[in-house]
Design a protein around this ligand. Structure first.
Ligand code: ATR
Length: 278
């Protein structure tokens, strides 16, 4: 990488960020396309000060991760209507105005696009039915994406009131977790942390239920092949691992920042290499 006076700067801001896979993914795309840019992790304590710092230093774009996706919204000049509806921003784009010499910061949400693009590789979402496990921030983006694409969604969560609340907010159904055995759907999506290392032996759904679904997606990517996905493969389901949602939300970020469609295969290869080093 040749860093010089013309290098455009990008960052991921969050806390923690030391294990983020996003630098590998975006820097690989910049290198592949010959774009003079660098993407670095920045551990933030105070989100207002961090965004102000990025503006002052002339950063072009940033990813926003846990725990700032909601609070960052108070630091922006403009929020994309879809991100406002989801109530979370994971992408910042800075624009210097020539005349006034001020920096405008716009916020977007690409998580729902990442989820939809990952699913679209294997299934047509229009008219499909989906059971989403979990009712946190990740579930909100996933459910929003599914509904936007014309799927019919049911949410189940350990804490049922949260599933009911999210279903009411987004306009879909919810079922008590104990009833998922009798809820049929084309797609099953895990948006919880169940199955994540060091508890990788766990799965959010009993294996005998998996033949009920054509497609099983897990947003957990460490390990890449979760117990849920291993069992789904054994049942003949099509599976989507957690790297694909990360990948395609990054593809959309890259497009917002540069106006260029980056190569997903190069980015996925970089993600796989980076995950191996975790
Ligand atoms: P995120 O923003 O990553 O979605 P979150 O908002 O903390 O994180 O949501 C985590 C989700 O995982 C929630 O749906 C949570 O269930 P509760 O609402 O009952 O807390 C779910 N979750 C986390 N640990 C879980 C576990 N051990 N079993 C079942 N669900 C779990």
């Amino acid at each position: 990488m040749n860093i010089n006076g013309k290098t455009r700067l990008f960052a991921i801001i969050g806390n923690p960020v030391s294990h983020s896979l996003s630098p590998a993914m975006h820097n690989a795309a910049f290198a592949e396309l010959g774009i003079n840019a660098a993407y670095v992790p920045i551990k933030a304590d105070n989100i207002e000060q961090t965004v102000a710092g990025l503006r002052t230093l002339g950063f072009v774009g940033a990813s926003v991760t846990v725990p700032f996706k909601e609070t960052v919204m108070g630091c922006l000049d403009k929020i994309d209507p879809t991100a406002a509806k989801i109530g979370a921003v994971n992408t910042l784009a800075f624009r210097q105005t020539d005349q006034e010499k001020i920096c405008i910061c716009n916020g977007y949400n690409t998580d729902w696009i990442g989820s939809n693009s990952a699913l679209a590789q294997v299934i047509d979402l229009k008219g499909a039915t989906a059971l989403v496990i979990g009712a946190g921030g990740a579930a909100k983006a996933v459910v929003f994406g599914l509904l936007t694409a014309g799927a019919k969604v049911t949410i189940a969560n350990r804490t049922q009131e949260k599933a009911e609340g999210l279903a009411l907010e987004l306009g879909c159904d919810s079922v008590p977790f104990e009833n998922i055995a009798t809820t049929s759907a084309d797609i099953l999506i895990n948006t919880t942390t169940v199955g994540m290392a060091p508890h990788s032996g766990r799965s959010p759904v009993a294996s005998e239920l998996l033949p009920n679904y054509q497609v099983v997606m897990d947003i957990v990517y460490a390990p890449l092949q979760t117990t849920l996905l291993k069992q789904a493969i054994a049942c003949g389901c099509k599976v989507i691992d957690g790297l694909d949602m990360l990948l395609y939300q990054g593809v959309e970020q890259f497009r917002i920042w540069t106006g260029v469609q980056p190569p997903p295969s190069v980015m996925r290869k970089a993600l796989l290499k980076a995950i191996d080093k975790l």
